[in-house]
Ligand binder design. Sequence first.
Ligand code: UFG
Length: 328
Amino acid sequence: MKILVTGGAGYIGSHAVRRLVTAGFEVVVIDNLSKGHKVALPSECKLYVEDLKNQEKIYDILSIEKVDAVMHFSASIEVGESMKDPIHFYENNVRNTINLLLAMTRAGVNKIIFSSTAAVFGDPEEVPMKEDSKKAPTNVYGRTKLMMETIIKDLASVGNLNYGILRYFNAAGADDSGDIGEDHDPETHLIPLILQVPLKQRDKIFVFGRDYPTKDGTCIRDYIHVNDLADAHILVLEKILDAKVNCEYNLGSGNGYSVNEVIAMCEEVVGMPINTEEAPRRAGDAPILVADPSLLKKELGWEQKYNLRKIISSSWKWHKSHPRGYNI
Ligand code: UFG
């Protein structure tokens, strides 16, 4: 079976590509390398450096490669940037997904796994969040992802598509090999930023808000290892390749950790204290985001393999050996 992976050179995409190759799939990647890293890709996969805005090129690739399904990771992902430059997000996320879907329809490819996000829920009314929890995104990024989910579901409803939608909570960690991991520019995510303190790349970590209605006043998130995410993709892929079915799952561990708890676990893993400083709340942050992953467990037998300690240990291994990311 051959799978086309968009955004395969990115953080989550590259871990999924590795898992696909290991599971015996042939993998073709489309990535414009604006954020992705060519070196993150295994030699077994074929890379097309292309942008999804070029529908004809995508159609040509799909026609040549004759893939069985598409995993669609590529997107703009920074929430803060989405509020400053919304049109870029609508172009890069919504328009480019429509391009991809049009190219797929023309090439007769009708199975897609779509990377969605907990950001589609906005401020949750219930925690943990189930698949049918109310979706009311509070930022442009989340709105673009919800729009893309809707478009995919509408195409499926007229029989043109089979889909698997996975809504990620807080992806973190790195492959156990220590040779692929998180390398964003700029970095905005909590765990890599905390680990920059023991790496002496920053003096301290700012804690954005200590006055939230949570057990210690800091925000609670559901951190999930990037390989646990990748495993879920393989399970969902097998499901939609096997049968003409559609499915959507929330993909998190089901456990919430506060910012303070994450910092404390980083201190334990690296074996040294980490300086912190209280800072104002970051606009748009919900107090608590935790997934209910029971549907994924029940229907596909997915299990989380990495707890928070393992997530942070894997991240530390990667950052220690690659303090400047893929620039070593
Ligand atoms: N935080 C700090 N200090 C920092 C960075 C982050 O206190 O320097 C806090 C944030 O306020 C938040 C928590 O750490 O409470 C996690 O923040 P991240 O930026 O690591 O992640 P987010 O929860 O904001 O967002 C991530 C992804 C989104 C996705 C969301 C889903 O970046 O794309 O998870 O839960 F939508």
